[in-house]
Design a protein around this ligand. Structure first.
Ligand code: 4AD
Ligand code: MG
Length: 477
């Protein structure tokens, strides 16, 4: 007799054989039907017990949430809803549950409640499906880069620089917070800190990835990044995973091609590998949509949306064109936007991005050539002297999925920019070295992995696509 997973048992048609299976009880109905799940698939296997053959005290312990070991015969199912089932010969309770206090009852729970019980929420269909998809997608990410000649690089998590030039980092320090060493002017003396300087958790692996692109050619990082922004939205986490490829001798057009091809590839991977999970989540989303007013309902199902992205070209639009569209749009003229677009140079808010993607183009949009002064210091200045070779990829229902650019490879232009923004040359000496020794055109982007998982699963809140979300005022588990 061999131990198998539920997924294996359900996908085979050889019947009448001895099997052994371990899992958690989802329900035990009529003292006869155990729905057993082991996480290998969205589906349960039905285990049929003849209660006359079993001790009543033992059967009482078969409650929702208990871990059990079942052996028996795999047979063609008599009932509806499953093709095979197990006729139980022996039953062992490996770990009892307490039906009075077990939080995951066989009924609908709110996502808020399940977030408070995030350690048990993957015992529900929705969360097990989401997390299997998350796992599959991250495998697809590595597969794509591996098959396309990229080297996987582990960029540091503790850094001494703030890549984006923004003050939104988490400090890393082991100084005594009650009594830190001070400089003469009363400021904290970080020379006495662990690393002998101020350090923080990384906001992006990009700058270090650039160094490797300029030697290994094609690299990517895929790791956790940290941002201390106080933005309590359904699309922001304080700790999130970012995929960042960086490629030498590639310009912005190549960067757009790479991002588009990459996203299509990982999404088609899950269409193939995670069919059952996607079908389940599609149905969940349809049920949820039914509770919304008609106008807010999507005209595509989850799988249709994913296929649409895989099969259609992303729309490429310059910032300048986008501003024209927005200026002449109905919500702008009727002052329905919170921020009215008046002139070129305005930073786009998510209401504008949503309008472009969901109302105007109705497909993923790559916006490029943004005004230099609303983008980061390292982006390549265009010949017009006022725009940079930046690109953002905007997705329906999500907003910004990708941010990237061609990097400024000219030492003098980069230095000037850093000076204007008061970014210290001493701190980024190694970054400037890349422009001194064999500089070249290079580009890359960052894709927020959780936003991709949101799109692929149809989940509406980013807290529900990462196992243990970190957000302002929340770091439970
Ligand atoms: O646009 P961002 O800030 O770009 C960078 O960090 C560049 N250094 C990337 C690069 O060129 N290598 O972030 C990239 C993506 C965003 O488009 C978004 O998808 C995601 O990271 N992101 C977040 N996801 C979840 N929570 C947050 N707080 C996020 N901030 C950014
Ligand atoms: Mg961005």
């Amino acid at each position: 007799m061999t131990s198998k997973t539920v997924a294996q048992l359900l996908s085979q048609d050889v019947t009448l054989q001895d099997v052994s299976i371990k899992g958690w009880v989802r329900t035990f109905r009529a003292n006869r039907f155990i729905a057993l799940n082991d996480g290998s698939t969205i589906n349960n296997i039905q285990c049929v017990v003849d209660f006359e053959n079993f001790d009543e005290a033992l059967l009482k312990r078969v409650t929702t949430g208990a871990a059990i070991h079942v052996t028996g015969e795999l047979v063609e199912s008599q009932g509806k809803g499953q093709s095979v089932e197990i006729v139980v010969k022996s039953l062992e309770v490996l770990g009892d549950s307490d039906p009075e206090t077990y939080p995951i009852q066989p009924k609908k729970h709110s996502f808020e409640f399940l977030r408070e019980n995030a350690h048990l929420r993957t015992r529900t269909n929705t969360f097990s499906a989401v997390m299997r998809l998350r796992s599959s997608l991250s495998f697809a990410v590595h597969k794509y880069f591996n098959e396309n000649g990229f080297n996987y690089m582990h960029t540091p998590i503790i850094t001494g620089s703030d890549a984006e030039g923004a003050g939104e980092t988490f400090r890393v320090s082991n100084l005594d917070s009650k009594n830190p060493p001070l400089n003469e002017d009363g400021s904290v003396n970080y020379k006495e800190d662990f690393f002998g300087k101020e350090t923080n958790l990384t906001v992006s692996g990009q700058l270090e990835a650039e160094t490797y692109a300029m030697s290994l050619g094609k690299v990517y990082t895929f790791g956790p990044t940290f941002r201390a922004e106080n933005s309590n939205t359904s699309r922001h986490l304080s700790e999130f995973w970012m995929i960042e490829p960086e490629v030498a001798f590639m310009d912005l057009a190549g960067n757009m091609d790479l991002a588009e091809d990459f996203m299509k590839s990982v999404l088609s991977y899950i269409l193939d590998k995670n069919k059952e999970d996607l079908e389940f989540l599609e149905k969940r989303l349809l049920d949820e949509e039914k509770t919304k007013p008609q106008a807010e309902r999507s005209d595509m199902s989850l799988i249709e949306k994913i296929k649409f992205v895989v099969d259609n070209n992303f729309k490429r639009v310059s910032y300048t064109e986008a501003i024209d569209i927005l200026k002449n749009s109905k919500p702008n003229k009727k002052k329905k936007f919170n921020y009215i677009i008046e002139e070129w140079g305005a930073d786009l808010q998510s209401e504008h991005e949503r309008f472009l993607v969901e109302k105007h183009f109705k497909c993923p949009v790559i916006l490029f050539d943004y005004p230099a002064n609303i983008k980061a210091f390292y982006m390549r200045l265009n010949e017009d002297g006022k725009t940079v070779r930046a690109m953002d990829i905007l997705f329906p229902g999500i907003g910004e999925m990708v941010g990237g650019s061609q990097r400024e490879e000219r030492l003098d232009v980069l230095k000037e920019k850093m000076k204007a923004l008061d970014i210290s040359e001493e701190e980024l000496w190694w970054y400037l070295d890349l422009r001194k020794y064999g500089t070249a055109v290079h580009s890359g982007f960052g894709l927020g992995f959780e936003r991709l998982v949101m799109f692929a699963t149809g989940m509406g809140n980013i807290r529900d696509v990462i196992p243990y979300p970190r957000t302002p005022q929340n770091a439970e588990f």
